[in-house]
Write a protein that binds this ligand. Structure first.
Ligand code: ADP
Ligand code: MG
Length: 241
């Protein structure tokens, strides 16, 4: 960490997320599943955090909360200083549209659209003019090394290429944070490594905050910080203190 980053971290102007006392339950009929238990967590802008834990430990639930896919239930969740439980649906949609990019394990691309159209599709929802959209699509597809394949549809691409399109789609929004739930779990290990290298480059060179979940040791090597989850509890927050 360079001095400038250390400075901003210490003054806390850099806080992207701040969670305190966060609980999350699923209702399965009459059964309650406690997926997150009393989570306190701070995440700085510019960080690259890997959430690690066995299956069922709450990684997806936590990332869905941080990505505004699931609404908060109990405790406080601040995103860029705003309390998510106090925002309207319209305000939350705005955050999802402009500040958060998602990458999923199974890519979630639209099969009938070409790579460039998949990237552009979300930008149209941002209301950007056509020319700006085209520039962003080109920049994002070049950043993931897929500009030459822009005319291909998902089924004409390998898994690694599809995940690159999904990353380009997230990146083109110019998000403050990219949330990637097990982004390498559907890929072979060398392709997974390429994807993690790409996310690492985006974090270092463009300063995009990256949050990933995985239990793969390979993925963990790329993170600046590893947060451990066990039965919905944060057992290590990856900080020295
Ligand atoms: P992970 O991503 O680490 O595998 P999850 O966040 O998916 O963990 O799950 C945490 C806990 O919540 C698990 O006990 C899981 O069975 C439960 N859970 C997850 N999603 C649901 C759901 N939609 N309905 C009920 N229980 C769920
Ligand atoms: Mg999961």
């Amino acid at each position: 960490m360079n001095n400038k980053m250390r400075e901003t971290t210490n003054t806390n102007t850099n806080n992207l997320y701040q969670l305190s006392g966060v609980n999350f339950q699923y209702h399965l009929g009459t059964l309650l599943v406690q997926a997150l238990r009393n989570i306190d967590l701070k995440i700085d802008a510019g960080d690259f955090v890997c959430f690690r834990g066995p299956s069922g430990s709450g990684k997806t639930t936590l990332l869905n909360l941080l990505g505004l896919i699931e609404p908060p239930q109990e405790g406080t969740t601040l995103f860029e200083g705003e309390d998510l439980s106090k925002l309207s649906e319209t305000q939350k949609n705005h955050i999802r549209r402009f500040r958060i990019g998602f990458v999923f394990q199974n890519f979630h691309l639209i099969p009938v659209l070409r790579a460039d159209e998949n990237v552009e599709y979300f930008l149209a929802r941002q209301g950007l003019p056509k020319k700006e959209r085209q520039e962003r699509v080109e920049t994002a597809l070049k950043a993931v090394g897929l500009w030459e394949h822009r005319n291909k549809k998902p089924l004409e691409m390998s898994g690694g290429q599809r995940q690159r399109v999904a990353i380009a789609r997230a990146l083109a929004k110019h998000p403050h944070v990219i949330v990637a739930d097990e982004p390498t779990a559907s890929l072979d290990s060398s392709t997974g490594k390429e994807i993690m290298t790409l996310l690492g480059d985006l974090n270092r060179k463009q300063g995009v905050t990256i949050l990933v979940s995985s239990h793969d040791p390979m993925v963990i090597q790329f993170a600046r910080r590893v947060v451990e989850l066990h039965d919905g509890v944060v057992t290590s927050n990856g900080l020295a203190n």
